[in-house]
Write a protein that binds this ligand. Structure first.
Ligand code: HEM
Ligand SMILES: *[C@@H]1O[C@H](CO)[C@@H](O)[C@H](O)[C@H]1NC(C)=O
Ligand SMILES: *[C@@H]1O[C@H](CO)[C@@H](O)[C@H](O)[C@H]1NC(C)=O
Length: 336
């Protein structure tokens, strides 16, 4: 009995479909779905534990919510949301904590340690460090007055880190809008995600060094950034001089610095975004400017888009299934 080549391919495909239906029904390997109910049976207290420690930390340090929100972003943009940012340097790891975007800037690691210790006591080796970051980001948003959302869970932790990825894949505050859009697109995020997620800068601080260029020499011609309100620049210069004061801190949203609201977008409309990467959302393209105006006009729409875009960001290349591991200490890989 002989089969044509086409019939043979079809028969093999049919057998494969019957034997491995999941292969065909779901996206390719590594894209297994996350699930908000992932720990419902294995660690029902997980979300409560995270929320209570984030709440305590935020009460002690009002900046902490912002710092924890940012950690999830800096985790997800570097080979996916896999807690790679939490690894300390070791024989096999060059820590992402030393990268340009993170050094002297990323913070909140001790709070993550405290959360992880409480989770290990309640449910050993069950809740991943990557999921801790996703939950802490949501809780930080809620605690400062922002929207809530169900956090898809089930991420596992990486076995390594990438300082190159941290330096190259996280946008810099003096990147142009096209560069920023490209860096988001590489993560599968569009301009709605970009403009909505940047609304995170409604809370938290920046160092002088992250925006000094705008105050004195934005384009190499010895002039300040023309898209920065001159009065705002004059207020910033004394504590962010041409040299020195690198680590001096400034509110990203100087009007309501501790409140998660849509004030960030209102600031952009009057050219008072602190970072160049903030203001370019309004000045850099009509499409992003329309979104800035929309969110400045409607906090409800901003909150809805922000919540959806945080889920989108949290879905960047998670490690699932049997890959990776559940670290017992977020700072190092397990060796057994
Ligand atoms: C174009 C993209 C982005 C750029 C260029 C950028 C850049 C920055 C810079 C330069 C700082 C100040 C760091 C310092 O000087 O110490 C900062 C802070 C912050 N960023 Fe972003 N960011 C971006 C997107 C995001 C996203 C997507 C989120 C969250 C979803 C986020 C959350 C935060 C928060 C909350 C802070 C304050 C952190 C604190 O006070 O500890 N950023 N960002
Ligand atoms: C952006 O900032 C970095 C770090 O301060 C600097 O080395 C670089 O020259 C700046 N790029 C542009 C285009 O201004
Ligand atoms: C501005 O920057 C350019 C190149 O980055 C440099 O050549 C120039 O000397 C700077 N001007 C001032 C006034 O600092």
């Amino acid at each position: 009995m002989s089969m044509t080549r086409g019939a043979m391919v079809a028969a093999v495909a049919l057998v494969a479909l019957l034997l491995f239906p999941a292969t065909f029904a779901f996206p390719p390997a590594g894209q297994q779905q996350l699930d908000p109910h992932f720990y419902d049976h294995s660690c029902p207290q997980a979300q409560q534990i995270v929320a209570s420690i984030v709440g305590k930390a935020h009460a002690q340090d009002p900046r902490m919510a912002a710092s924890l929100l940012r950690l999830h972003f800096h985790d997800c943009f570097v080979k996916g949301c896999d807690a790679s940012i939490l690894l300390d340097s070791s024989a096999s790891v060059v820590s992402e904590k030393r990268s340009n975007p993170n050094k002297d800037s990323a913070r909140g690691f001790e709070v993550v340690d405290e959360i992880k210790a409480a989770l290990e006591a309640a449910c050993p080796r069950t809740v991943s460090c990557a999921d801790v970051l996703a939950l802490a980001a949501r809780d930080s948003t809620v605690m400062t007055g922002g929207p809530g959302w169900m956090v898809p869970l089930g991420r596992r932790d990486s076995l390594g880190a990438s300082i190159q990825g941290s330096n190259n894949d996280i946008p810099a505050p003096n990147n142009t809008l096209p560069t920023i859009i490209t860096k988001f697109k590489l993560q599968g995020l569009d301009i709605v995600d970009l403009v909505a997620l940047l609304g995170s800068h409604t809370i938290g601080d920046s160092r002088c060094t992250s925006f000094r260029q705008r105050l004195y020499n934005q384009t190499g011609k010895g002039l300040p950034d023309s898209t920065l309100d001159p009065a705002a620049a004059a207020v910033l210069r004394p504590r962010c001089p041409r040299s020195g004061g690198d680590q001096n801190l400034f509110f990203l949203d100087h009007v309501t610095p501790f409140k998660f609201d849509n004030q960030y977008y209102k600031n952009l409309l009057v050219h008072q975004g602190l970072l160049s990467s903030d203001e370019v959302l309004f000045t850099g393209s009509p499409a992003t400017a329309e979104l800035v105006k929309l969110y400045a006009a409607s906090q409800d729409i901003f909150f809805q888009h922000f919540a959806q875009s945080m889920v989108n960001m949290g879905n960047i290349s998670p490690i699932t299934g049997r890959n990776g591991q559940i670290r017992s200490n977020c700072r190092r890989v397990n060796h057994n």
